[in-house]
Design a protein around this ligand. Sequence first.
Ligand SMILES: Cc1ncc(COP(=O)(O)O)c(C=O)c1O
Length: 445
Amino acid sequence: MPKHSQLDRRAFLRGAGLTAVAGAAGAVLPTAEGGGRVQPPGDRYDFDTIYSRIGTDSSKWDAQIANYGRRQVEVGMGTADQDFRIAPAITRALRDRVAHENYGYLTKPESYLESIVDWNQRRYGLEISPETILHSDGVHPAIISTLRAFCPPGSKILLQTPGYNGFYTDIRVVGAVAEECPLRLSNGRYSMDFEDLERRIDHDTYAFILCNPQNPTGNVWSRDDLMTLGEICTRRRVVVLADEIHCDFVTRGHTYTPYATLDDEAIVRNSITYKSVSKSFNLSSLKCAYLFSTNPDYLDRIRGAGQHRQGINTLGVVAAEAAYNECEGWLDQLLDYIDGTQDLVESFVGARVPHVQVVKPEGTFLSWLDVSEAIDRVDSGDVAENGETPEQRFQRYLLEQAHIHIIPGSSYGTSGSGYMRMNIATSRQLVERALSNLASAMARV
Ligand SMILES: Cc1ncc(COP(=O)(O)O)c(C=O)c1O
């Protein structure tokens, strides 16, 4: 299929009398609550107007409202997705495709591969050979196939903590055991503890899961960090799974270093990278991700012993291709917006929220809050007999007193104790409301 063939596909649809119904800038599109709103003309995007997702089976909003009640969830700030409307070019591409009313199996979409290669080359100087890419209907299924291929049941898998809670599930699914390598926090910045990490490797350790940039702390790892890590893992024969799903979100002044651009062939060959458009362009439920590696043996193992099926979703592919080929401007504006919101969170919390501190993020759209002092003021600080952590009780306290839903740090491993994760990928008006509610709740303890 020719380069940027989504354009050709649209031409085909038009030729077949299936011209897309709408989607140009200025079109009226429905809101989640059934109203209509006009997309601003030109290429300025509106992240400010609140875009309600209530009533759309959203995990961040509807699931929490079902759990706790509408009054408690004035602002949903849990699940790591965005509340913004997606880039108009993606909606246009999806509309064009939906006009063709057939969703039979797809062939390997070369234009999609080209969009992946172009994006990574253009934005990060990362060269990916198309034949080294495997598709996946999510980063999780891809990580699970990899772990199945490399890690026998009962073996140890290293991950850094605080670390993304989904990794624990992946590790459980393959019957392996999570070995937590705590990050070190000093002067408000997390860093890797390489000595501790190497000490934890033994004959039963086959894989290390890297999160770059890091969920939940927002750390963006430097080239030196990655080289030292890579040297240890390669020497000790531990394969590196580099989950770079958050790579497009990097705070002003920081740089994302793709693991696969490290200046050592052996280190890169000992790795597999996982990416997706899902976080960057808010397409998580379209289930479209990919992995790649310069090591053909690793790819064979993932396909073979890992039983990886390259599941692919038509609408996910159409959306991903449009995102990578046409929506860079939208993403850049969103990055500025998130940067501004991070600044707002930092200055607001510093000035007006007693007993809470912000760990300055370097990437992601997550805010990592030190609430240890706040917890001390409202809680015994003990883990209950039923296993409930102080952070889980504090989550309930915030639902009741501040009407916000944020995630307990204890979900991210033992080093998440005393912290909460707040997703700020929403209208700044809602972030301000959440912070103001938090300030009032904390002023009462
Ligand atoms: C680090 C990380 N990896 C993977 C995922 C989920 O990936 P997917 O939805 O593609 O399975 C998330 C979602 O929050 C994440 O933060």
